[in-house]
Design a protein around this ligand. Structure first.
Ligand SMILES: [Zn+2]
Length: 462
């Protein structure tokens, strides 16, 4: 009779979230995320999953972001036939995100083939369809049984649509245990979605993310103001502003802010293009899930204003329209991917990076090894699609828009549980933030704080 956790991804780094809960001879995989970053490393890790796919009995997803869900079809292709549990919102989003990922891999394979390189995608649209048949959507706050003796309840994580704190109640007849997995811990006062709920008081084991374990977002009581200031500052002499943003969540937040600023007359009516087919589709999905919105956004809808669709914002469709944007030298382009690791944003970056009047504004976390991180770190030359470019445009960033809590916000959320938690695992952070967060938790009286390395297995009950 054993309860154990094994950490198979996002252990001392941020992507590829995969944590395996073993309850006796049963195995539940929490998240099944794609590793992102340097291409060769990511490719190897995503192709050869760190566990036997057929040995997993069920998957529980915290949310839809691809670094938490992106290799599900690979797991299925390699032999996983069990249920995939998530919230209803996550179910709607992964359908889009996984299909998008299969599409990108397919087109990469075609490009590489032209250069004589054989590349087999990790999975294709058929694999995504099979995967979606295994998905079971659940509402928040309604417990369900994943396996005999393991109940799961999803609480709102306030991170993206459908994101959840995963509460697992394990009762194997001998042991009773409540494990709470934060997934990506969201923030209060972010627009559109409801705030993150507290970690339940009777948690015994906490698995917490630590993306911002060593940083504070800074006080941006008015993120709209900050955005307006940067835009006015950067575009007063013309030029264009390129905002790389995740298609899901961040893009919609930025669009909402821009709409508010224009509505209030704090920004001139600049043309805004959202150039990501996925952002266009996910915005439509979000608009359908208004029941997940906070009261401000519901009130806005009730007054007849849409947070996402208004005069001046254009959701770019096909590739021809996207290419035509190259000639638009003034305005705001929001495009994916958020860390500049692929997608249409790279075509826009090629035309922006060398222009002194232009600006790239980062509104999200940039993982180590990504092109986005290189720009923030001040590289004066970067490679885009194999070609080198001088960086002449301004690079700005706005941390306040992050959908991850910083360390203080996490301590505010669960710091008071320190004395009662028997074990805390700190995951989903690069080494320094993870270790810093762990130290700080110990300072708050947390016992048995573990920052696992990849593959580490820890027996919780024996
Ligand atoms: Zn996330």
């Amino acid at each position: 009779m054993t309860i154990a956790m094994q950490f198979l991804g996002a252990a001392r780094y941020t992507t590829g979230s995969k944590h395996l809960l073993e309850v006796n001879d049963k195995r539940i995989l929490l998240d099944c995320g794609m590793v992102q970053g340097p291409r060769k490393i990511a490719e190897r890790a995503n192709r050869n999953l760190p566990l036997e796919a057929g040995s997993v009995d069920a998957v529980v997803l915290s949310h839809a972001h691809i670094d938490h869900s992106g290799v599900l079809p690979r797991l299925v292709k390699l032999g996983f036939g069990g249920p995939i549990h998530c919230t209803d919102g996550t179910e709607s989003l992964i359908e889009l995100l996984l299909a998008d990922s299969a599409y990108i891999q397919g087109s990469d394979a075609r490009h590489l083939k032209k250069r004589g390189i054989d590349y087999e995608p990790l999975y294709d649209q058929d694999d995504v369809e099979v995967t979606m048949r295994q998905v079971v959507g659940h509402p928040y706050h309604k417990s369900f049984e994943v396996l005999p003796g393991v109940q799961v309840t999803f609480l709102d994580a306030g991170h993206i649509l459908g994101s959840a704190l995963v509460v697992l109640d394990v009762d194997d007849g001998k042991h009773k245990l409540r494990i709470t997995f934060t997934g990506d811990h969201g923030r209060k006062e972010l627009p559109i979605l409801r705030d993150v709920e507290p970690v339940p008081d009777d948690t015994d084991v906490l698995i917490t993310e630590s993306t911002y374990g060593d940083r504070l977002h800074g006080d941006h009581p008015d993120m709209e103001n900050e955005l307006a200031r940067i835009i006015m500052d950067e575009l007063d002499d013309g030029g264009r502003l390129l905002i790389p943003a995740f298609s899901v969540g961040r893009t919609q937040n930025v669009v909402l802010f821009l709409g508010n600023l224009i509505e209030q007359g704090r920004l001139p009516k600049l043309p805004i293009w959202v150039d990501s087919p996925l952002a266009r589709r996910s915005t439509k999905v979000m608009a359908k899930h208004a029941d997940y919105f906070d009261k401000e956004t519901r009130a806005m809808l009730a007054s007849g204003r849409s947070p996402f669709f208004f005069d001046g914002v254009t959701y770019v469709g096909d590739a021809t329209e996207s290419k035509a944007l190259n000639d638009q030298r003034e305005g705001i382009i929001i495009s994916a991917s958020g860390m500049l690791e692929g997608g249409r944003v790279l075509h826009h970056l090629k035309r922006t990076v060398g222009e002194r009047r232009d600006c790239v504004l980062m509104v999200g976390y940039q993982a180590e090894g990504t092109l986005g991180r290189k720009l923030i770190d001040g590289y004066d030359r970067v490679k885009i699609y194999g070609q080198k470019y001088d960086v002449r445009c301004n690079i700005r960033s706005m941390g306040g828009l992050s959908a991850h809590a910083d360390w203080r916000e996490m301590i505010d959320s669960y710091g008071h549980l320190g004395k009662q938690l028997e074990t805390t695992f700190v995951v989903h952070g690069e080494e320094r933030p993870a270790l810093t967060h762990a130290d700080r938790l110990e300072g708050h009286g947390f016992k048995n704080v573990i920052v696992p390395v990849k593959h580490q297995r820890v027996v919780i009950r024996d």
